[in-house]
Design a protein around this ligand. Structure first.
Ligand SMILES: Cc1cc2nc3c(=O)[nH]c(=O)nc-3n(C[C@H](O)[C@H](O)[C@H](O)COP(=O)(O)O)c2cc1C
Length: 332
């Protein structure tokens, strides 16, 4: 039995968000050598993507460490990279609780967090402090940016730019997140002209860092094709596919909640979106959505993903999931 197998019943007795804060707090304070010892080192499976070196292809997806409080811990647990955020220009509390729901029998979560985060300036100060402390992780750190709730859609480029400027020294790559279902209107920014406006605004300021766009699994084939056109036209570094879904058809009657669904029920659709995108671009695609075990990760890499990310799988399986995936992928 792994350490996480022992801890999980304790965490799952708490409501989902309290368990999240408890676990994050523990990771923030636990010394990295202890985590390495307790969970074991991940094997080296180096990849080079978008000019960056990744010690292995399994990353932590955005949303788990929104405020970048536990970067050394993610490296110590064996992640090949970590994506912090979503971070917005303004600090914001997110939606009222409860806003995170478990469906263990489905291997799923529904969340309507609503980009609760400390804001770009506070996160930048935290990252500057970490850098000067000498504990900066040796894995790539992605920075995922979103629009502040109070900002009008038309003013989105300036809002993203504020965060980009503040966080530019700290991110190895940046992500324009236009795919969360929990900020009203945000997904409209996936429309080609709106998205191009944000991409150009960030690139005009600085074009040196790799820039990805994270998309929703609920886009139609023509919408995906428009994203592919934009990827080429704006010379994006790549795409992250996918965020959570609004398709709740698997949730039993009476148990549904508003928000984005993640985990096992998302697996096939996220894979389908990846295949569609792969057929239309050679650029890196980071796969996210329903990667709950080694075979799901292998399937995604075989379909042409450059890297994979996990969130819900990590909640249900803990660091053992990383070992399983790296073992499975290392054999191929
Ligand atoms: C509680 C929760 C919060 C999330 N917050 C964010 C976020 O802030 N930004 C983002 O881009 N994705 C966010 N996501 C989406 C994940 O990064 C991931 O793309 C999605 O959950 C699908 O992967 P999974 O099935 O492995 O969870 C969140 C997911 C969950 C479950």
């Amino acid at each position: 039995m792994s350490l996480y197998d022992a801890l999980r019943p304790l965490l799952f007795r708490m409501d989902a968000e309290s368990a999240h804060h408890f676990a994050l707090g523990a990771l923030e304070t636990a010394p990295a050598p202890f985590l390495r010892l307790a969970f074991g080192a991940a094997p080296a499976l180096p990849r080079e993507v978008a000019g960056l070196r990744f010690p292995n292809p399994v990353g932590l997806a955005a949303g788990m460490d929104k405020n970048a409080v536990a970067l050394p811990a993610w490296e110590a647990l064996g992640f090949g990279f970590v994506e912090v955020g979503t971070i917005t220009a303004r600090a914001q509390p997110g939606n009222p609780r409860p806003r995170l729901f478990r469906y263990p029998e489905l291997g799923a979560l529904i969340n309507r967090m609503g980009f609760n985060n400390d804001g770009a300036d506070a996160v930048a100060a935290r990252l500057a402090h970490l850098k000067s402390s000498g504990h900066w992780p040796r894995i790539p750190v992605g920075v995922n940016l979103g629009k502040s709730k109070v900002t009008e859609l038309a003013d989105a480029p300036a809002d993203y730019l504020h965060s980009y400027r503040a966080l530019l020294p700290f991110g190895d790559y940046f992500v324009i997140n236009v795919s969360s279902p929990n900020t009203p209107g945000l997904r409209e920014l996936q429309e080609k002209d709106a998205l191009a406006g944000i991409v150009r605004t960030l690139r005009d300021h600085d074009a040196a860092k790799p820039l990805f766009v994270k998309i929703a699994p609920d886009l139609t084939a023509p919408q995906l094709d428009a994203i592919l056109e934009l990827t080429a036209a704006e010379n994006l570094s790549g795409l992250i596919a996918t965020n959570t879904t609004l398709d709740h058809s698997v949730i039993p009657a009476g148990r549904d909640e508003t928000g984005g669904l993640s985990g096992t029920p998302l697996r096939d659709r996220a894979n389908e979106v990846l295949r569609h995108l792969r057929a239309g671009t050679d650029r890196p695609i980071i796969a996210s959505g329903g990667i709950m075990d080694g075979p799901a990760a292998r399937e995604r890499l075989a379909a042409g993903a450059s890297l994979v990310q996990v969130y819900t799988g990590f909640v249900y399986r803990g660091p053992g999931l990383l070992r399983e995936i790296t073992k499975e992928v290392g054999q191929n």
